[in-house]
Design a protein. Structure first.
Lengths: 399, 133
């Protein structure tokens, strides 16, 4: 028995207008100040006014959202009693809203009580529907059953994943009107987050045919449309496909899980506060090489990468699997170059001294990340250390 | 050596400590665990196994006699056949819990931060030879 959970997805131009059909009149909007300044909040509130829906706005979400923001939003929900909660923003906004939604539905719970193994969370949504409207094309959180919230532990804001299939958003509205204003660098950084979701999700220990279908299509769309959007951010057709790809990648990994690329990225982000998408995008070829070098012959990672390369036309159908699989890694590196994406962790502006002073903390954080058990190749502290060093220096993984 | 024998329980604890991947992944783990193996298949009575765990070390293992009251930070319970399937790696342990084949109780926030350590406890069973019932 396995599962494929998905929100109801409304996508393409003018999909925001679908809100008219969603029952409920009191909307609690979670967003951030940048979204408000960009005028996106106004686009949403004008629609709500037009449809005769009341709303209250919480605009205090910050990057790498912390527990306090979630608890404040929950408190406001308890007073306002919305029947619709709307997240308008990137991953931080959606994760804050999603977590607040769960805590509003279950007032007796704390954040730490949200975990995979409880049955009551399947009932989430009795008080309010949750609509996630992504404004970036990368996080995938609009389609996932997980949320990442930072909590202070050992003097560091560690990122912890809270997941349950019951907390999948009720609706994901994937309207390209929102990401069209993203600057090129943010477009590229978030797209590499999506690409990492798709590729890691296709080889993780919980991969399955449903998630693979989403992952493969997402990879195809990202490789086709990211270079176009990078050159011409106003190309709405390409924006639309890239936005859809991010949601597909979210569906892929939400139903299969990501693995060590994300775990290492979360740890790096917690210590050095670098952009999540840029960090996991840099790590992607290195963790792929690490998995492809697995000496365990029962592992099918090589065949999966080979199939990706062959299905997307990067390798010939009669190429041997090893050659085709590493071609897929080469293509990731090519895409990085094409859109001026950094290729090593050093490029994130972290000095060698800072990196080396924190390496043990990074490794310890990796083990506390649930993704550490999802990698197709078993990971050890020594491997984590070596992958960080190789990725910092830009060396191909040879172990 | 037969599974669930005193000899097996002792070897299990030793295998955890000798598993090089366990210690680094369990440095923050505090709190003992109880395995409750329920009758099914070839097992006709409940067996409880105590596993002492502290900061990457297994501090001891023992069979818990019937009737003894014991409190541990976490408990993993389920039918014998399902434990066998996990031990033989026919089912991923976390998927087994999600599917209700095994039940995990305790401070879940803490356990979720130690999933790798929990997996390595299970993997330790593959580090020594024994017979199933």
């Amino acid at each position: 028995m396995w599962y494929f959970y998905s929100p109801n997805i409304i996508y393409g131009e003018d999909s925001l207008g679908f809100i008219e059909n969603i029952k409920g009149n009191k909307c609690y909007i979670v967003t951030d100040k940048l979204i408000e300044e960009l005028g996106y909040l106004k686009i949403l509130t004008e629609k709500l006014e037009k449809f005769g829906k009341d709303f209250q706005v919480f605009n205090e979400v910050v990057p790498d959202p912390r527990e306090e923001g979630v608890l404040k939003a929950r408190k406001q929900c308890n007073v306002y009693s919305p029947d619709i909660i709307i997240a308008l923003g990137g991953g931080s906004v959606i994760d804050t809203a999603k977590t607040a939604w769960v805590l509003y539905e279950f007032p007796e719970l704390n954040i730490g009580d949200i975990h995979l193994f409880r049955s009551d969370l399947y009932e989430t949504g009795k008080k309010a529907k949750f609509i996630a409207i992504p404004t970036t094309s990368g996080t995938g959180s609009e389609a996932t059953n997980g949320t990442i919230i930072s909590q202070l532990e050992d003097d560091i804001w560690k990122k912890f994943i809270y997941a349950h299939r019951g907390i999948t958003p009720t609706y994901a509205i994937v309207d390209p009107i929102f990401p069209k204003g993203m600057p090129p660098q943010l477009t590229v950084d978030t797209a590499f987050d999506a690409l990492s979701h798709a590729i890691e999700g296709m080889v993780s220990n919980w991969k399955n045919e449903f998630s693979n279908a989403m992952g493969l299509k997402a990879i195809e769309l990202i490789f086709k449309y990211l270079p176009i959007v990078y050159k011409d951010g106003k190309n709405m057709e390409a924006r639309d496909y890239l936005h859809q790809a991010a949601t597909m990648a979210g569906l892929a990994f939400s139903n299969s899980q990501v693995h060590i690329g994300h775990g290492m990225g979360h740890s790096w982000g917690a210590v050095f506060h670098t952009h999540h998408g840029r960090t996991v995008g840099i790590l992607l070829p290195y963790v792929s090489q690490f998995c492809l070098n697995n000496p365990d012959k029962d592992d099918d990672t090589l065949e999966i990468h080979s199939k990706i390369a062959k299905q997307l036309g990067w390798a010939k159908w009669d190429d041997d699997d090893k050659k085709a699989a590493f071609k897929a890694v080469d293509k990731i590196k090519e895409l990085q170059k094409k859109v001026d994406f950094p290729s090593k962790l050093q490029d994130l502006g972290v000095s060698k001294t800072d990196f080396e002073n924190n390496i043990e903390m990074l490794v310890a954080c990796c083990f506390q990340d649930a993704t550490s058990v999802m990698t197709p190749r078993s990971i050890t502290d020594e491997y984590y250390r070596k992958i960080y060093y190789y990725a910092y220096e830009g060396k191909d993984i040879d172990f | 050596m037969k599974i669930l024998s005193e000899e097996w329980v002792e070897a299990f604890g030793k295998a955890i400590n000798e598993n090089p991947d366990y210690k680094p992944s369990a440095l923050t783990w505090e709190g003992d665990m109880l395995l409750v193996i329920e009758p099914s298949g070839k097992l006709d009575h409940e067996v409880r196994v105590f596993i002492g765990l502290h900061h990457g070390e297994c501090t001891g293992t023992r069979l818990v006699p019937e009737g003894e009251e014991i409190e541990t930070e976490s408990t993993m319970a389920g039918p014998y056949d399902n434990f066998v399937a996990v031990t033989k790696k026919e089912i991923d342990p976390i998927r087994a819990i999600m599917a209700g084949k095994l039940r995990l109780e305790g401070d879940m926030a803490k356990l979720m931060r130690n999933t790798k350590a929990a997996l390595e406890i299970v993997n330790s069973l593959g580090r020594f030879e024994f017979e199933f019932l």
